[in-house]
Design a protein around this ligand. Structure first.
Ligand code: FES
Length: 76
């Protein structure tokens, strides 16, 4: 038996990667905690807080996770 005739190693099933929720806007560098503070403590609307920080103003990919982040803290 040589390398060409040896049985192949069993295949290992890989778990699919689980995407993790964003915790900051990557485009503006704004942590969602900053937006949450503006909404929860300063009383701004989500839109006002996003406008003030730039969160969500470029690609928008962070907006769903931002909204989930705020909702989990009772801020929506
Ligand atoms: S990640 Fe927030 S606008 Fe792009």
């Amino acid at each position: 038996m040589n390398a060409l005739t040896a049985p192949a190693a069993p295949l290992v099933a890989l778990k699919p990667a689980t995407p993790r929720a964003m915790t900051r806007c990557e485009c503006s560098g704004t942590p969602f905690e900053r937006v949450a503070a503006l909404v929860g403590q300063a009383g701004l609307s989500e839109a006002e807080a996003r406008q003030r920080t730039g969160c969500g103003s470029t690609c928008g990919a962070c907006i769903p996770d931002l909204r989930a982040f705020l909702a989990a803290r009772g801020l929506r």
